[in-house]
Design a binder for this molecule. Structure first.
Ligand code: DOR
Ligand code: ZN
Length: 376
């Protein structure tokens, strides 16, 4: 494998002759897009060496990111969220305007008092629900939402604190490809009925069932984030030419009909969907091993891939709302003031990023992409 330390989006590349940067080429294809700086509404930044290794890939392109709390140990208190935020700010390259939005990890024992503290802190942005055992570091998650967490959810509704949901049941009798649908039927729909004013984001949706569910809810109260992998890949990508650990994430990739339903939903211009990469770095040996971790590292390629998806759907005019407007509008935050540029310049995704502790393999490693993001 070729090792790569540098990453193209910070490098000024000269366009090929036929690609003189202008808004539109002779065939009417857009050559350059200017977007309000996007935000990433679902991101895993990790801590320690891994945090240091990955943070600039997100900070270079995104204005804000909702930072997931599934560390070891998880971020279950406001005090831990404040400390985690400090370590993220310390790890940031000095000339970035990146703002981490912190989350609390919901457990069976989270108290309504903690939610009051979280709101008062001004640091905690939302609470993340991991059903216990659903994914990476979720063993301390919720075992019985309605039995154990109702008072907390009521307090969240009171405090206008959004609930971010990993929407999968963990019952091993349920087929892994059906876990999202069963979660919607047995947990999410009843939850919305019980607490209709609770702001809920169904994270990283993967199925037509999730699209139908989101569309059936009140706009502005229930929304969904969508990853590049669930828009671009179907479950065949897990097995193409052999087992592909770098395409393994949770919720797992689904059938083509589901992928198509999600693409139609996000490229329709609906305000219910916004960008959430779920970029989830793991050191290479933790992916390429007998029991590999779930998680796709897509932060370096996410914007290029979203642009590709919208372009292929003939919906480039809807890209900016998805990347930069729908999220802040849903959460009642201002849209970012600065801009970024995407140029139609071919660039090669590094095979891997190498660090002292090991390597991280990005999504689409070694492949050539078209849209190259850069700051303006
Ligand atoms: O694939 C995933 N990886 N899905 C998640 O929900 C968690 C994430 C991680 O933290 O690695
Ligand atoms: Zn995630």
């Amino acid at each position: 494998m070729i090792k790569s330390l540098a990453f193209p989006p910070q490098v000024k590349l000269s366009p090929a002759k036929s690609e003189v940067p202008c808004q539109v080429n002779a065939r009417g294809a857009k050559m350059e897009l200017t977007l309000t700086r996007p935000d990433d509404w679902h991101l895993h930044l990790r801590d320690g060496d891994l945090l240091q290794a990955v943070i600039s890939h997100s900070a270079n392109h995104f204005g804000r990111a909702v930072v997931m709390p599934n560390l070891k140990p998880p971020i279950t208190t406001t005090a831990a969220a404040v400390a985690y935020r400090e370590s993220i700010l310390k790890a940031l390259p000095s000339i970035t305007e990146f703002t981490p939005l912190m989350t609390l990890y919901l457990t069976d024992t989270t108290s309504p008092e903690e939610i009051k503290l979280a709101r008062k802190s001004g640091v905690v942005f939302a609470v993340k629900l991991y059903p216990a055992g659903a994914t990476t570091n979720s063993q301390d998650g919720v075992t019985d939402l309605f039995g154990k967490c109702l008072p907390v959810l009521e307090e969240m509704m009171e405090q206008k604190m959004p609930l971010l949901v990993h929407g999968e049941v963990t019952d091993t009798n349920i087929d892994v490809f059906d876990r999202e649908k069963v979660f919607i039927d047995t947990v999410l729909r009843p939850l919305i009925q019980k607490l209709p004013q609770l702001k809920v984001v169904m994270e990283h949706i993967t199925t037509k069932d999730a699209v139908d569910f989101v569309e059936s809810c009140a706009e502005g109260t229930v929304a969904a984030t969508v990853t590049p992998q669930h828009l671009l890949l179907n479950r065949n990508s897990l097995f193409q030419g052999g087992l592909q650990p770098h395409n393994y994430c949770l919720p797992v990739l689904k059938r083509e009909i589901h992928r198509q339903a999600i693409v139609s939903a996000v490229t329709s211009g609906s305000k219910r969907y916004f960008l959430g990469t779920d970029s989830a770095p793991h050191e290479r040996r933790r992916k390429e091993c007998p029991c590999g971790c779930a998680g796709i590292y897509n932060a370096p390629v996410a914007l290029s891939l979203y642009a590709k998806i919208f372009e292929e759907a003939g919906a480039l005019d809807k890209l900016e709302a998805f990347t930069s407007f729908n999220g802040p509008d849903f959460y009642g935050l201002p849209r970012n003031a600065s801009k970024i540029k995407l140029s139609r310049t071919r660039w090669k995704v590094p095979e891997l990023f190498s660090f002292g502790f090991g390597d991280i393999v990005p999504m689409f490693a070694g492949e050539t992409l078209e849209w190259l993001p850069s700051a303006i």
